[in-house]
Design a protein around this ligand. Structure first.
Ligand code: SF4
Length: 347
């Protein structure tokens, strides 16, 4: 039997599969997906060994049983995905995730071109810096039709990166090279046409996370925030989720930095690295609710298209990244979560 591999076949997020009608179902609280997340697929899987990732080589299950950011990623033909995406007004953007595989760069270019020629969608690429040596590959992606790139730095400090993604796990990724590619991407795509992914809860302090967000901002990269979720079968399956109050403070800090309202230098941290002063009045920011929405590449309306409904938590909640604007009762809940550590209640 012919094996279903990229570029002719590609994995979609479960949310994309539902939105394109490959599977039946609706999202909790009627969340609407605006960005299609796709993932290259090869029989050999990803050559990375990232400790927290569902695609990691070191995971116990076979590539077919793997999940990536918490949910299963079903495989469909690229032809059919494009056909179904055409005319779906709800979708603004497609994102092609490379994985660490020798064919990924060439196949990514092929998939970008197909979407550019056959759809009107904006195109992001979640690139694998390890496969990119210079600006030529980035220029080729831009020329093929991508308007934005994302870089999954994931771990906020060089030590954590090395321990969880690099030498510590016999993996190929290197911290300095990742940041070098952030810089090169900003040169090629333009400042703030680049986004970095950071995962809260891998063992960093809040101070370290905020510092990484600020570093990205200086280089012209927005931060797209994720909350660690233990992938079953991955070496970190028993590692706990970051407390909600921690995640909320980081969401606020990210918003303040990315919106240019403040900076790391103006924030204050306690002896455990927790944010104790954001340097600006956070009350109006909490009321608007946007800081707690999913952060990701924008769509036609300038608002986040990559809203990844329930990519980070169980739909039963509590919601960490809101795929829609939080309702007044959500805001009240968020306030309680932010207050909880002060009251000594850790959720
Ligand atoms: S934020 Fe979303 S669309 Fe942008 S690079 Fe990351 S996964 Fe892709």
């Amino acid at each position: 039997m012919e094996s279903k591999v990229s570029p002719q076949y590609i994995q979609t997020s479960l949310a994309a599969s539902l939105t394109l009608g490959f599977q039946q179902g609706a999202f909790h609280r009627n969340a609407k997906l605006k960005g299609l997340n796709l993932l290259l697929h090869y029989d050999e899987g990803c050559m990375g060994s990232c400790h927290f990732c569902g695609l990691s080589r070191s995971r116990r299950e076979s590539p077919k049983g793997k999940t990536f950011i918490r949910v299963a990623w079903p495989i469909y033909s690229l032809e059919e995905i494009i056909e179904r995406a055409i005319g779906k007004d709800q979708i603004h953007r497609v994102c092609i995730s490379m994985i660490t595989h020798p064919r990924a760069l060439e196949d990514t270019l092929y998939v970008i071109r197909r979407f550019k020629e056959e759809t009107a969608l904006y195109i992001s690429v979640l690139i694998t810096p390890t496969l990119i040596r210079n600006e030529d590959a980035l220029k080729a992606m831009k020329q093929a039709g991508a308007d934005r790139v994302g870089i999954a730095i994931d771990a906020a400090t060089p030590e954590l990166f090395d321990r969880l993604r690099g030498k510590g796990v016999g993996g190929p990724h290197r911290w300095d090279h990742y940041w070098d590619i952030v810089e090169k991407s900003a040169n090629v795509f333009g400042r703030f046409y680049v986004g970095i992914h950071l995962i809260v809860g891998l063992g960093e302090t809040e101070r370290e996370m905020v510092e990484a967000i600020q570093r990205g901002q200086k280089m012209g990269a927005y931060t797209h925030l994720f909350s660690f979720f233990p992938e079953k079968g991955s070496p970190m399956e028993d590692h706990s989720l970051p407390p909600l109050d921690q995640y909320r403070r980081i969401q606020l800090s990210r918003w303040i930095i990315n919106e240019g309202l403040g900076s790391f230098d103006r924030m204050k941290f306690d002896e455990n690295g927790r944010v104790i002063d954001f340097g600006v009045d956070i009350n109006p920011l909490i009321e608007i609710g946007e800081p707690f929405m999913t952060s990701g590449c924008p769509g036609r309306d300038g608002k986040v298209a990559c809203n990844r409904p329930y990519g980070n938590e169980r739909p039963s909640g509590p919601i960490r990244n809101f795929p829609f604007r939080p309702e007044p009762e959500d805001i009240e809940e968020i306030k309680r979560q932010l207050e909880s550590w002060k009251n000594g209640i850790l959720e």
